[in-house]
Design a protein around this ligand. Structure first.
Ligand code: SF4
Length: 416
């Protein structure tokens, strides 16, 4: 391997990290400041810095890189797999520490997202990742956010050390089903992955309890653990994906499951699909995930919004509207009387809007205009709500209700 400058390594290893969705701001159009007659400002293609949300809701910029894109595993969907002919690079622990501190001092970033291919062995790789976090925290008193990807096969003691330095740890389940994992990542094992998640949950809870009792007990992964699933690389439908996500949330107390639409990679393996799934599919999964976590929908509720034949969520309407159209009997709902959990089922009403409605109706009976002031769009809500001056007779039973509530189709751009 020729000697690469840090800048070249950064180009390679930040680009290789873009396939990890756990803190990605992906899915937008490609733009850069070089195109256009007079040039411009900013770029959506620059690598290395991504945005994530901290536990307190702040949006923070992270340096997102791999320690190395070399790997001894050969997962079919991964550009860094052993048999891939991409250019390889590897940072030393000190290079990552220096880059993080320099970027931080220049105010480019507020934290680090570090992942890695597996070199030599899972333990050796994990030691390197922990070494970066340890040096940042202990030698440089770095107070910024650190998210470390952990390697399920590594010694649990190393994962424990990682939790003492990192804010968040994540272990990717990679594929929604065990069959998919066996076919596309034969060196990975679902039981080992879930075993590592279970141990992490125990450590997070034990250390959290210790901190409640002893003020000086060390912090351990205060932003919890998360995972990522690749969507569209195997044949799993949206129902299977959401069922797996729900089970991971319940059994391992995950903070987030990230869904990453499979994107075709250069020199792909023959077992992979040729086309990526629509990005909208990823978006519908995030909406359904939100419904499970914040709106009180069970996974079987959301399954009722999927197509009975394909098992996929509709792409033309959001899953909450799809669910409501199949449960017209419970609508329209009285905005002045319905309990919070039922209002959260109304398409177009989010948590904030529902809480504002509950606060306002303690003062007076709400009219449709009042609801309009408390929400972002009244048009979608009208068929589903009764207000003191609004009673939508038969609107909910209209055969063309879905068409009325669906945004008009937009013309695709031919050359994007
Ligand atoms: S272990 Fe990770 S980096 Fe290595 S090939 Fe599999 S997905 Fe890629």
């Amino acid at each position: 391997m020729s000697v690469l400058s840090t800048r070249h390594k950064l180009e390679i290893l930040a680009d290789a990290a873009k396939y990890d969705a756990s803190c990605a701001s992906s899915g937008t159009k490609k733009r850069d400041s070089l195109s256009g007659r007079k040039g411009g400002l900013g770029s959506t293609e620059g690598m290395g810095i991504c945005h994530a949300y901290a536990p307190d809701g702040r949006c923070i910029s992270l340096l997102k890189i791999l320690l190395t894109n070399s790997c001894i595993f050969d997962c079919h969907y991964c550009i860094n797999r052993r048999s891939s002919d991409v250019r390889r690079a590897r940072f030393t622990v000190w290079e990552v520490v220096d880059l993080t501190l320099n970027f931080y001092r220049r105010n480019y970033i507020e934290g680090l997202f570090l992942s890695s291919g597996i070199i030599r062995s899972p333990d050796y790789t994990m030691e390197q990742l922990v070494g970066v976090a340890r040096a940042l925290r202990e030698e440089h008193d770095f107070r910024g956010y650190i998210h470390l990807k952990t390697i399920p096969d590594a010694d649990p003691e190393l994962t424990h050390q990682a939790g003492l330095y990192a804010d968040r740890l994540s272990i990717n389940v990679e594929l929604p089903t065990e069959e998919g994992l066996k076919r596309l990542a034969p060196e990975k094992d679902e039981k080992r992955i879930e075993g590592a998640m279970k141990e992490l949950r125990t450590s997070i809870e034990d250390m959290g309890d210790a901190r409640k009792r002893y003020r000086h007990a060390p912090r351990f992964a205060p932003a919890g653990q998360s995972t990522q699933m690749i969507v569209g690389a195997d044949g799993a439908d949206d129902r299977a994906i959401l069922r797996r996500a729900r089970s991971l949330y319940d059994r391992h107390a995950l903070r987030r499951v990230y869904y990453s639409a499979f994107s075709p990679i250069p020199s792909p393996s023959a077992v992979l699909p040729l086309k990526r799934p629509p990005l909208l599919r990823e978006h519908r999964l995030y909406q359904s995930d939100w419904m499970m976590r914040f709106y009180g929908f069970s996974v079987s509720d959301i399954e009722q919004a999927t197509d009975p034949e394909t098992g996929h969520l509709p792409l033309d309407i959001d899953p909450k509207l799809a669910w409501a159209l199949r449960h017209r009997g419970i609508f329209p709902m009285d905005v002045n009387r319905a309990p919070r959990e039922m209002l959260l089922r109304v398409p177009g009403l989010g948590v904030k809007a529902v809480d504002r409605i509950l606060a306002s109706r303690r003062q007076r009976r709400l009219r449709l205009d009042d609801v309009a002031r408390l929400t972002s769009s009244i048009a979608k809500l009208r068929p589903f709500l009764i207000a003191s001056d609004w009673r939508p007779l038969h609107l909910i039973d209209k055969v063309d209700l879905k068409r009325r509530l669906t945004p008009p189709p937009t013309q695709f751009e031919l050359f994007t």
